[in-house]
Design a binder for this molecule. Structure first.
Ligand SMILES: Cc1cc2nc3c(=O)[nH]c(=O)nc-3n(C[C@H](O)[C@H](O)[C@H](O)COP(=O)(O)OP(=O)(O)OC[C@H]3O[C@@H](n4cnc5c(N)ncnc54)[C@H](O)[C@@H]3O)c2cc1C
Length: 581
């Protein structure tokens, strides 16, 4: 059962968000929370949570822990000064009460979940007919029930498509009924705003809302069709046409996507839930009624790395006694400050793009060796490299490496492109993409094929080295490469970009989250070893109250991460109200 919410202390970067959160006090039957200029009044009613919001123009009091509201507007510098005071004063942790849900990660998964938890409830649109007759028949059985209240296992049974998650296929089928067959039929869903079904939640994220899309170069085209980048109840194509732009080859740019996600958060009035500029550094499960033997680290006898105890009196009303503590750092214009939040449920939505893979080659730590595409863009922008430089070495044969080749090629920067596979290896992504839809990637593939040493082809600035591996980098900007026959050659390079994939960074979880993976002896990997979650709730099989969505749960495309959000929202609502109408 979810209990009354709350949170301790936090503030966000002035650029990214103006949100600042702290507890103000409580009244009988109600608790009062501040979100910088906003107060939430949260009350539990028979039908669920009632969330009332009041906006204030106020001077943040200097003595925050006991402060009262002033009535006047402050100047920005005074406000910032007060924010600083607030951060310094910290929180009275001993009186903290938990927040019902904390979402870590503010990409498409976190945004979509925040939309659902904000009381935006999907129902089947009256008169709609789904092209899948079996699904249509099931949808007709209880049209008065929201999709969140229905049995997702029953609805999704038998659905097939490009995802292995039944709920991802279900939500995708409801939002884009016949899209895999080229259809453009409207969604069969209609959305009702039902504030009484909202669940108070907080979304934490490093950057402004948009997730991984902030780190992708704005001019890059999506791999997916533009329509598939939409979030619920606000089609991307409508936003794009308002901007008087359209798709190219049905695709769109990363720059437009990230703008659309930020627009979505603003338009759907979700901003109040987002605290950006925050990095979560630790998530721990607390045993509130502590076993004394667990309370001191040196005496800890608990078997799970997840079980911690803390000497605090948490205002906690959850029946289960389960509670998570989320620690992190928040950036403001005055620097970085620690914060802590208590939560009854935590949703991990941190994606998988924060920790680029390394080759493990000698010298890979040297300053001219990089692991992100953005480092190449920076270097070109800062004129560190140009047409007269020594070649850049690009390592990898995935789409990010291909993007790097296209980018450097565009600026006439000489390129050595090394990769382990054969050019015609069927596992290479280029051999799986339709030529018509992805002409730029086929151009790279063509270059890889035609420009391989020892038969240099027509591309002056580009050399392809299939079936090569990096042996080492040296301080004088040389790289030793080894071919399939073991022959080694030294190359002068200006910079190296190792673009061979990425892994989730779960350093904020005990044991890097390994215990939560399907194979609990191996690191979490979106493709090979995702988190072990229930397919219909996305709750961790190992840790109740902990959820994982998006690539962490094995859903790698925006169109499918939304199913995870649906499953989590449905599960949380059913916890609040185990007997829906
Ligand atoms: C180059 C590239 C191209 C892509 N092209 C496509 C495409 O064409 N179509 C498609 O559907 N998908 C594409 N994807 C995949 C798509 O980006 C993901 O499916 C989607 O962004 C996943 O959403 P998410 O919200 O789960 O995670 P993310 O978008 O990764 O967001 C997670 C956020 O959490 C933040 N975070 C991580 N750790 C912490 C922490 N400790 N504290 C606070 N915040 C944290 C991250 O910084 C990030 O901002 C592409 C990805 C890349 C890298």
């Amino acid at each position: 059962m979810l209990s009354r919410g709350f949170l301790s202390s936090a503030a966000s970067s002035a650029l990214a968000s103006r949100n600042t959160l702290y507890k103000q006090g409580s009244e009988p039957g109600e608790e009062v929370f501040l979100l910088e200029t906003t107060v939430w009044l949260i009350r539990r009613e028979a039908r669920g949570w009632h969330l009332r919001q009041k906006s204030f123009s106020f001077a943040i009091p200097h003595r925050l822990s006991r402060g009262s509201f002033g009535g006047s507007q402050t100047s920005l510098s005074e406000e910032q000064q007060n924010k600083r005071t607030m951060l310094r004063s910290g929180l009275d942790q001993s009186n903290a009460t938990p927040f019902p849900v904390v979402i870590i990660g503010n990409g498409p998964s976190g945004i979509c979940l925040s939309h659902l938890l904000s009381g935006n409830i999907p129902y089947v649109r009256r008169g709609s007919v789904h092209p899948n007759p079996i699904l249509q028949r099931k949808l007709e059985e209880t049209p008065e029930l929201s999709i969140l209240d229905q049995d997702l296992e029953y609805l999704s049974e038998g659905l097939e498509g490009r995802s292995s998650s039944p709920v991802a296929l279900l939500f995708d089928a409801l939002l884009r009924p016949d899209t895999d067959f080229g259809g453009t039929e409207d969604s069969v869903l209609t959305w009702w705003h039902q504030p009484e079904k909202a669940i108070p939640h907080l979304v934490l994220g490093k950057n402004p809302p948009g997730g991984a899309w902030h780190s992708i170069e704005g001019s890059m085209f999506t791999l997916s069709q533009g329509n598939w980048m939409s979030l619920p109840d606000l089609p991307f194509k409508d936003w794009l046409s308002k901007k008087k732009r359209g798709f190219r080859n049905n695709r769109t740019t990363a720059g437009d996507i990230v703008q659309y996600y930020q627009y979505y958060v603003a338009k759907k009035e979700l901003k109040k839930n987002f605290l950006c500029g925050t990095i979560v550094t630790s998530v721990k499960k607390l045993s509130v009624d502590a076993d004394p033997s667990c309370s001191k680290p040196e005496q800890r006898t608990c078997s799970s790395p997840w079980d911690f105890s803390e000497n605090l009196q948490v205002n906690h009303h959850a029946d289960s006694g389960r509670l998570f503590k989320v620690d992190g750092l928040v950036s403001t214009i005055h620097g970085t400050q620690p914060f802590s939040v208590y939560a009854e449920n935590v949703v991990l939505a941190t994606g998988t793009y924060d920790s680029p893979s390394w080759l493990g080659a000698a010298g890979e730590h040297l300053s001219f060796v990089h692991h992100t595409l953005s480092a190449l863009e920076e270097a070109v922008k800062n004129k560190e490299i140009g047409p007269m430089s020594d070649p850049v070495l690009i390592v990898g044969a995935g789409l990010t490496a291909a993007d790097a080749v296209l980018f450097a090629h565009h600026y006439n920067i000489p390129i050595i492109h090394a990769f382990r596979r054969r050019v015609h290896d069927p596992a290479l992504i280029f051999n799986q993409l339709p030529r018509m839809m992805y002409p730029e990637y086929h151009k790279v593939h063509q270059m890889m094929e035609e420009q391989a040493i020892p038969c240099p082809g027509p591309y002056e600035y580009y050399v392809s080295l299939p079936e090569h591996r990096v042996v080492s980098f040296t301080e004088d900007r040389k790289c030793i490469l080894c071919d399939k026959n073991g022959r080694q050659k030294i190359h002068n390079i200006s910079m190296a970009f190792v673009l061979i994939g990425s892994n989730p960074n779960l350093s904020y979880l005990p044991n890097n989250g390994v215990d939560l993976a399907i194979d609990s002896d191996q690191p979490v990997s979106s493709k090979r070893n995702p988190m072990d979650v229930d397919p219909f709730t996305y709750e961790s099989v190992q840790e109740k109250g902990l959820y994982a969505v998006g690539p962490l749960a094995g859903d790698n495309f925006v169109r499918f991460v939304q199913g995870g959000a649906l499953a989590v929202a449905s599960s949380l609502l059913k916890k609040v109200n185990p007997n829906p109408p």
